[in-house]
Design a binder for this molecule. Sequence first.
Ligand SMILES: O=C(O)C1=C[C@@H](OP(=O)(O)O)[C@@H](O)[C@H](O)C1
Ligand SMILES: C=C(OP(=O)(O)O)C(=O)O
Length: 425
Amino acid sequence: MIVSNMISKIHGEIKVPGDKSISHRSILLGSISKGKTEITNFLKGDDCLSTIACCRKLGIKIEEKDNKISVYGNGALALKEPEDILNVGNSGTTIRLLSGILAGQEFLSIITGDSSIKKRPMARITTPLKEMGTTIDGREDGRLAPLCIRGGGLKAINYKLPVSSAQVKSAILLAGLYADGITRVIDASQSRDHTERMLKAFGGQIDIVDNTISIKKSDLYGQAIEIPGDISSAAFFMVAAAAVPGATLKILKVGINKTRTGIIDVLKKMGAAIEIDNVYISGGEEIGDIIINGGKLFGTTIGKEIIPRLIDEIPIIAVAAALAEGKTTITGAQELKYKESNRIAAIVTEMKKLGIKISELPDGLEIEGPSIIKGGKVDSHGDHRIAMAMAICGLFTDEKVEILNSACISTSFPTFEETLKAISL
Ligand SMILES: O=C(O)C1=C[C@@H](OP(=O)(O)O)[C@@H](O)[C@H](O)C1
Ligand SMILES: C=C(OP(=O)(O)O)C(=O)O
């Protein structure tokens, strides 16, 4: 992908595709519920399509018609032993959440993914799932995929997460639906809570007190779900608009769940004017229009407490920091090393190629702004968020920015290029 026009004004309204985290969960919960789950604004990105493919291999009927996805579940134990290996592609959310469900099934499943998935840490789920009584193994003593699971016979556990992770929390909660007794998960700090909200909406017996979530065996019932726009996708355009003086951009119907809005807090702290309008609640999730008025941005400090609320937005926050005046320091973000790529290393390597003054910290980044961004050839490292962050850099130079290996953008935002063109006309 090549971005070759310097942006001078942004004005208008855009929509971003459905939230990736909520789209995955709607298919997974629909597959273990009784009755039909009907999903609108589902994200047809590669990751969520992998979740659909895996659930189909587990015997679940999933149909697409008139832009709606219908999942025909038949209860928590109606899944069937897959004839072949389940492949999650590039999706960490799919392998980790689905493993929680497979831990409750008395059959054999083998689950794997692409070369990036095979490098990502899995002990964080295999350790608690083993403690619950499932037989689960993987390469390097259960630390890496492929994972091999023969589930069933689960007992409840109390589990304190060693690192804050919505995927690990969700895997344990989903396994908790099959366990005898009350399963309790204590989060290290508040990570995204879409699983908890959706479980409640589907009739799950779940209780939340501070950072402790308790769940017991419960029947779930299919629901109608409206997926909000993905704030992690909106973030790329929020930053672009925030950094162009005089810009006004409205992003319609975005999920503004408090566990995801760290990007709004940070951009405001950097000096951006952001408002939220037309707020309503659907399926337990808050949705609203985000209005960004561009201006001058200033460097800031981002510490460990807010990281879980903006974990996927750090690549694009680094771009905002490069455009801002003064230094930005991001710490407590070591989890970035275990995503689709080592995002700390990838951001530093690629942003330096465009002349951005950025350096790596053991657990984060330091960026000196404002940088004069120049053109060049950069690589996505096979990581959609790196590819899109680099594309936004291309809006702030009159030289050409070429992003190699940008096909991965379809992981989470298949219409990114169209949207980029639409705002930069
Ligand atoms: O639960 C989810 O949907 C996600 C949780 C986060 O990962 P961790 O749980 O590893 O922090 C996030 O980075 C990922 O994009 C999606
Ligand atoms: C980390 C991400 O996703 P996953 O963990 O599902 O691969 C992401 O989308 O930035």
